[in-house]
Design a binder for this molecule. Structure first.
Ligand SMILES: Nc1ncnc2c1ncn2[C@@H]1O[C@H](COP(=O)(O)OP(=O)(O)O)[C@@H](O)[C@H]1O
Ligand SMILES: [Mg+2]
Length: 365
């Protein structure tokens, strides 16, 4: 019960004029893992979302088994297409079992059958069924991602869309999740489209790899072997080759990075304090310096305290004394502010670091 996905000259231009996809044509083969890889902003997420109609192309068509996705209602379509995102995107006020049962319940399964299916899936993805009655915040990042995968699999959809599902967990857990994901796929044979910015992950997981360049241009689609052996152009060889250098960063301790604390403010700070930093983003922390979330300068109201604002999820932090620069690089790429949050062993914020500090450290080591 697998499906073939076809992109036929798909272009997406956002209302502000950004071209996110530029005439992309591609087939994601039945029962295979197609990985979309490339630089940040290359259009990977946009391309993925055209499949389940979370994004409508400006021109061109996306087809499933030869039929335009526009022929199905978005809600119906999404029930046949599992979707897994970074940070799992779980419902915080539902137990693990109820999170996993979301789609079966929408499909009208009775509660007992849906729960039985949840427990079966928990085992499948390597979770102790005793965790079923817990809430997402009581699980580690890696466990939450497993729940995210189980939830997407719950109604046994033929297609799975996965957007950086393993990018926000530490490298050891990530390797574990990747291994189990491949084992699961060898049993399930779904048609999977998997987005990552990490060429190592692409090479490990992909049956075929599609490389996206800034501007939404698809520059090469090949097996991992062919991609490494015969990069289509300088961009691809640069991307593949540069990452050989990036692998090295796993051995450089994060403690070597300079940290800034000018943008870290207590939640009691005022909007005026935040604006006075002159920075595009500030990080609010609670009384024990735990990160609460990011506030963007241009979205700040005229007055009030940070505590009253809706903050953007702080995302994944790194441990200053334990993680590597490689982990920080992932955190920077995935952070809404472009800044990664360094914490001590107790989880308190020590400071933040961004592209510039990374670039300086990488060139100096
Ligand atoms: N809703 C949106 N409105 C305007 N521009 C967007 C929107 N979503 C994404 N973009 C832009 O489209 C380009 C591709 O984004 P995206 O598909 O998220 O890339 P990737 O997943 O490869 O990092 C980027 O320049 C991004 O800023
Ligand atoms: Mg993306």
């Amino acid at each position: 019960m697998s499906r073939l996905i076809t992109f036929d000259g798909v272009t997406k231009r956002y209302p502000d004029g950004t071209v996110a996809l530029d005439d992309v044509s591609l087939e994601c083969a039945t029962g295979e893992i197609t990985v979309f890889v490339g630089t940040s902003g290359g259009g990977k997420t946009t391309a993925l979302r055209t499949i389940n109609r979370m994004v409508e192309p400006t021109s061109g068509r996306v087809l499933i088994d030869g039929r335009s996705v526009l022929g199905s209602k978005p809600a119906e379509l999404r029930r046949g297409v599992g979707y897994v995102i970074q940070q799992a995107g779980l419902f915080p006020h539902r137990t693990i079992v109820d999170n996993i049962a979301t789609v079966p319940r929408l499909l009208g399964w009775d509660k007992k059958k849906a729960r039985a299916r949840s427990y079966e899936l928990m085992e499948r993805v390597g979770l102790d069924p005793a965790m079923g009655t817990r809430y997402p915040y009581q699980l580690s990042g890696g466990q939450q991602q497993r729940v995210g995968v189980a939830r997407a699999l719950a109604a046994d959809p033929p297609i799975m869309l996965m957007d950086e599902p393993f990018s926000a967990v530490d490298p050891v857990v990530r390797a574990e999740l990747q291994g189990e994901f491949l084992r699961l796929q060898s049993e399930l044979h779904k048609t999977i489209v998997f987005v990552t910015h990490d060429i190592d992950e692409a090479i490990k997981l992909g049956d075929r790899i599609a490389v996206f360049q800034t501007g939404g241009r698809l520059v090469q689609v090949d097996t991992p072997e062919k991609l490494l052996a015969h990069p289509a152009d300088e961009f691809v060889s640069g991307f593949v080759g540069r990452d050989r250098g990036i692998r090295r960063l796993s051995f450089v301790p994060a403690a070597e990075l300079p940290l800034r604390s000018d943008v870290v403010l207590p939640e009691t700070a005022s909007v005026a304090d935040a604006r006075a930093t002159g920075e595009p983003w500030v990080l609010a922390v609670d009384g024990t310096r735990r990160p609460l979330g990011w506030a963007r300068a241009e979205d700040l109201p005229d007055s009030g305290a940070l505590a009253g604002l809706r903050l953007t999820d702080p995302g994944r932090t790194f441990q200053v004394g334990a993680d590597s620069v490689r982990t920080v690089l992932d955190a920077v790429i995935l952070s809404p502010s472009g800044l990664a949050i360094g914490v001590d062993s107790g989880g308190g914020v020590v400071g933040v670091t961004g592209h510039r500090e990374l670039a300086d450290t990488i060139t100096a080591t």
